[in-house]
Design a protein around this ligand. Sequence first.
Ligand SMILES: Cc1cc2nc3c(=O)[nH]c(=O)nc-3n(C[C@H](O)[C@H](O)[C@H](O)COP(=O)(O)OP(=O)(O)OC[C@H]3O[C@@H](n4cnc5c(N)ncnc54)[C@H](O)[C@@H]3O)c2cc1C
Length: 382
Amino acid sequence: MSTLRDVVIVGGGPVGASLALALRDSGLSLTLLEARTEAAEGDRRSLALSHGSRLILERLGVWDQISPLTSIETIHVSQRGGFGRALLRAADADAPALGYVAPYGAVQRALTHALHQYRELELLQGARAVRLDKQQDAALIYYEREGKSNSIAGKLMVLADGGALALECAEQRTHDYHQSAVVANVSTDSPHRNRAFERFASTGPIALLPAGEGYALVWTTQPNTAEQLCNLDASEFLGKLQAQFGDRAGHFISVEGRTTFPLSMRVAGAPTHEHVVLLGNAAQTLHPVAGQGLNLGLRDAWELAEQILSQRETLGGVAFCNAFHATRRGDRTTSVLLTDALVRGFSNDLAPLRWLRGCGLTMLDSLPPAKRGFIDRMMFGA
Ligand SMILES: Cc1cc2nc3c(=O)[nH]c(=O)nc-3n(C[C@H](O)[C@H](O)[C@H](O)COP(=O)(O)OP(=O)(O)OC[C@H]3O[C@@H](n4cnc5c(N)ncnc54)[C@H](O)[C@@H]3O)c2cc1C
């Protein structure tokens, strides 16, 4: 017979770890299974965290532990080969910053450190969940750790593993954009002055996020081009980047840490297993164009924690799980649709669409209510 816990979280990435921390001092029995044994230092992506995410991470007591962290005060949005541009400023939103950039590893390190301080949590690092099953009034997860097979049951089983286990228990809608992201750290001969850039090119968007003294680059392109870009020598790479991006950020002078990520959209339906909810990337994996994936996942985690704390008596039951999915549906759907529309609408070279995009950017730039609405949406969700 497996141990029965109130809440079992599978996956201690930024979303699963945030949920666990939000339940600190709740008195609930809680287990977190994480496949890694160490923090994710090897993950080279940088994350743009919204002001709303900052507020959540502050409440969890980890914000001050995230280092390095660079604020975004202005975002310059433009399209290659077309008119129109939009400039979004922190002042437009009465916020200290539009967002903050941190390496994935730094966010994960701060959260994992906080998990280790949380004495009531059973934290099983190096535990890889392999299968989900049902049990009366609980969900059961089988996992492997230190060469042994084990299982654990939860009145509420939260899948926050990034997505693989959700395939067992929920319908999936996927779209392959046939794009990969080249991620790297680059620098230019001009200071960034906390400006971020989003430049839409026909092969996909190119984002430059201020990070330390330079920029974190996310260059979206076709998968074979992405591989080639990673294999070029530095000066050839910088030349190609300059040609695609132009000179609004200055002249590119260095690049390091190039790596690629395949990009697709995957949206899971409500789980068919009772006592199971999906969180973060397990529920929806988005293209990084709008920098929404983790921000949405943190809102998922925060809302689930609030529901757990206010509805303990029905924890994990059908009504509980349905209520969670209903609460999150609006924010999730809007984020998925917005992100997908940005990728599809901006990743082609048709002249009429280029013209429409130019009009859209010009309107966004010149209509303060539209600008404010757009920024609020990016910061706080639906
Ligand atoms: C190039 C790129 C740039 C991005 N930029 C941004 C951005 O600027 N802003 C933003 O908000 N989002 C961004 N994202 C999205 C963001 O990275 C994800 O939304 C976020 O990492 C999701 O967090 P998560 O905890 O749900 O999943 P993950 O980060 O995938 O973490 C899952 C965790 O589960 C663990 N795990 C996996 N399988 C198992 C198992 N079987 N058993 C136990 N543990 C398991 C993993 O080890 C990991 O720790 C970007 C994504 C990419 C690819």
